[in-house]
Unconditional design. Structure first.
Length: 178
């Protein structure tokens, strides 16, 4: 499945063949990505990423989550997707990351907006949540610019590199907020 954003950008559902590009991006940007993304420290080999991708691709229907590569002019630049989707209560969370060279171009904001449209219009969801580590200003600007509401702080909600707990800002958007 592909979701077209514009002539240059598209979201492409993760496939097994994406593992190498995902791993190479993580491996070449460990310091940059690892500052805010705890999984970077545990992604040591291509096999680790292949295992992650296999879990997405081979998930049973009841556990399936839409996860997409972000493609700019056909090149892998990041990941975005749903996690912890609760179909009964029609809600999900969006997680995302973008390679350093593609920051500050509006790529992630447009990608999150497209995924929100997909969630509300195609999947019939009612609520989307985004969690951002306190201090990750670039990440928190995305939900703020897209009309998400800051609900509060999840105290020490995530362990970052170095076993340091960080607080998480919880943003949400409802279908009725559109």
């Amino acid at each position: 499945m592909k979701l077209e954003i514009d002539a240059q950008l598209q979201l492409k559902q993760v496939e097994k063949t994406d593992a190498e590009a995902i791993f190479n991006t993580i491996d070449s940007q460990r310091e940059y990505l690892g500052k805010w993304l705890p999984f970077v420290a545990y992604t040591k080999t291509l096999t680790d990423t292949q295992t992650f991708v296999d879990a997405i691709v081979n998930a049973p229907e009841t556990k399936f989550e839409y996860v997409f590569t972000i493609q700019k002019n056909g090149e892998f630049v990041g990941l975005i997707g749903f996690k912890d989707t609760d179909r009964l209560n029609q809600k999900t969370e969006i997680g995302y990351w973008l390679s350093e060279a593609h920051q500050k171009q509006g790529i992630m904001t447009r990608s999150v907006a497209k995924l929100c449209d997909f969630a509300f219009q195609e999947l019939g969801l009612n609520r989307i949540q985004i969690k951002c580590a306190e201090g990750n200003i670039s990440s928190s600007k995305i939900p703020q610019s897209l009309g998400f509401k800051l609900e509060g702080i999840e105290r020490e909600g995530e362990i970052l590199t170095g076993n340091v707990f960080t607080d998480l800002q919880i943003y949400s958007k409802l279908k009725s907020d559109q």
